[in-house]
Design a protein around this ligand. Structure first.
Ligand SMILES: [Zn+2]
Length: 115
């Protein structure tokens, strides 16, 4: 028997960068399909050679969460379930996009020590 599967439409993704204001740090609103959520974005110290690390705090009282993203060029890692399952996720993609837009100036020196 032949299985018929529906072709999946690519999910629309976009982001809005919201610079720090009124005592709230830099944050980003991620839009994935019809859903959207805000994340506080902070660079954190990273001891891995040539990498930078970021903490994303999900600003959702009903479903709070913290995600850690490490990035070095095209290599991205996040500890969320989506990244573990698919090898990519909206958090790491957002950090890469923000770096590409020059929105995340380097706060800590990149570690030159080999991991
Ligand atoms: Zn993630």
């Amino acid at each position: 028997m032949r299985q018929i599967t529906k072709a999946r439409r690519p999910v629309q993704r976009s982001l809005n960068w919201i610079p720090a204001h009124d005592g709230i740090g830099d944050h980003v609103r991620l839009h994935v399909g019809k859903d959207s959520c805000c994340y506080l974005v902070q660079e954190i110290q990273c001891d891995f050679h040539g990498e930078r690390a970021f903490q994303l705090d999900k600003l959702d009282i009903a479903d709070p969460a913290v995600y850690y993203v490490r990035i070095a060029g095209q290599r991205r890692e996040c500890e969320c379930l989506g990244h573990l399952r698919h090898g990519r996720c909206k958090h790491a993609d957002a950090v890469a996009a923000l770096l590409g837009m020059g929105k995340l100036p380097q706060k800590f020196p990149t570690c030159s020590r080999a991991a």
